[in-house]
Design a protein. Sequence first.
Length: 207
Amino acid sequence: MIIVGLTGNYGMGKSSVTSIFGKLGAITINSDEIVADLLKETMVRGRIRRLFGPGVISESGCLDKGELAKIIFSDVSARNKIEAFLHPLVFKKVDVLIRNIRDNNAIIIVEVPLLFEGGYKAGFDRTITVFTTQKKAIERLKKKGISGKDALARLNTQMHVRVKKRLSDYTIDNNGTKRQTEMMVKRVFHALMEENTLRISKGPRRL
């Protein structure tokens, strides 16, 4: 198997590209979905409440994601706190999911928004960056109800996508049509399959 970390900045289409990989036959793991599940856990919500105060928990006891977003996207130290708390929990679950995969032919795509910012590149065999222009990313975020100002603020918290492209093994330009993106994903997927075939032919990995 080959384990691939897929990243890109806010609004650039990571999830859409991950979905295409899934349709091609890759096993996909979405770290944002893992975070969403974690945030439903009482222990996790309790820890977040202690870190950021009762204002981040609604009257019904659920996490107020909007209020939390305001805090972490305007305060670097707050963002570092929640990342330091959540990221180990996320990767623990990712590790369990990968260990349960028994198919040596598997292409595993793990969607990780802060792959390079968090220093997680070494945990993957290959990395992919999905990119668009900042203008297009902001347009997409606006369609999700995020204001232009907030969209720009979120993008500014991340490593510039130009740097991520340089650090990646593969890049996927998501500026064009859906069809164009699909063709690029197919090319990368076939390249990964070829790499995986070579790995298998060389025998099991030596630790």
